[in-house]
Design a protein around this ligand. Structure first.
Ligand code: BDR
Ligand code: CA
Length: 311
């Protein structure tokens, strides 16, 4: 069963962000894309979002967002995404115009315009989302929810404890996790279950579409980067599409509610999403629906079928 939610996608493309855009554009009412500094600096994540919109042939506004984290020094991930943030395929040079330079204002207006209806899907550092919640505290109640790719229960990727999106802007993640908004979390514990390597990439390429070919080139670079950086195996986890599919195809997932806090000060654990897994009565009440399992084969079938629709 699928469901077509209304969504603003806040992202830092990024290979897996690009795939999240492609999935969101087909399976949600996508009101807009907001960009944030993360995988690469903001100029590039914004350029890349517009490039993906052009490749996919979408009519979706792109709003430029935050250039740096709330408190932390900027941190990027060229070691995974390359110098451009989308290394692999050739990127278009003709880009759609930027809709605005006020992603935070767009997020606030979009949510307030349809109280209880609009989901924010966040696949980058949570800077824009935190700023929106700080500027408009009513958003926590007005938003349908926030579906986050970030964190991990109980492990990280950049450090043993911390996942990239949360580590880049832990103070922003802390604002979001304490906001009281309905939260769904696609952390590394679930995204690492959906890895795409050479067989899946060839299957995608074999569909013959231009967009499928573009995505196959993205995934090929991404898989090789993961092999170099982490595992030695040329396959990459499809982190960011999980945050979209959690809303559009919830039957692909299992989840459990937990109380989750963001560690801000630990010498070894800054940026960790600490989930209370004790299952005892004195545990704090759950604030996050934590995804725990994905049917990776079904998710992959869906991804291939979705990308094939672009021709
Ligand atoms: C997250 O970090 C980024 O590199 C990816 O785009 C994803 O959002 C995974 O840790
Ligand atoms: Ca991302």
């Amino acid at each position: 069963m699928s469901h077509r939610p209304t969504v603003v996608l806040d992202c830092d493309p990024g290979h897996d962000d690009a795939l999240a855009i492609a999935v969101a554009a087909r399976h949600t009412e996508l009101l807009g894309i907001t960009t944030v500094a993360g995988n690469v600096p903001l100029e590039l994540t914004t350029r890349n979002a517009r490039a993906v919109v052009a490749v996919l042939g979408l009519d979706v506004p792109v709003h430029r967002g935050s250039e740096r984290p709330l408190v932390a020094e900027p941190r990027t991930a060229e070691f995974i995404h390359g110098a451009s943030g989308l290394d692999g395929p050739a990127l278009p040079t003709e880009l759609p115009a930027l809709a605005s330079e006020d992603a935070v204002g767009f997020l606030i207006d979009a949510v307030r315009a349809r109280p209880g209806e609009v989901w924010i899907v966040a696949t980058g550092p949570l800077t824009n989302v935190a700023k929106a919640l700080q500027a408009a505290p009513d958003l926590a109640e007005a938003v349908a929810g926030i579906s986050i790719m970030g964190g991990g229960v109980p492990f990280g990727n950049v450090t043993a404890a911390a996942e990239f999106n949360v580590l880049v802007d832990p103070e922003a993640a802390d604002v979001v996790f304490r906001s009281g908004a309905r939260l769904v979390m696609a952390g590394l514990n679930v995204t690492h279950q959906w890895r795409v390597g050479r067989p899946e990439i060839e299957r995608l390429r074999a569909t013959g579409g231009r967009v499928a070919g573009f995505c196959a080139d993205l995934l090929s670079f991404y898989g090789d980067a993961y092999a170099r950086a982490f595992s030695g195996v040329p396959e990459g986890p499809l982190h960011d599409p999980c945050a979209v599919l959690a809303l559009t195809h919830p039957a692909l997932f299992e989840s459990t509610p937990h109380h989750v806090v963001v560690e801000l000060t630990g010498a070894h654990t800054r940026g960790m999403t600490l989930a209370d897994l004790r299952g005892v009565r004195r545990a704090a009440p759950p604030n996050v629906e934590v995804l725990t399992r994905i049917d990776a084969a079904a998710a992959n079938d869906l991804l291939v079928a979705t990308l094939a629709t672009y021709g």
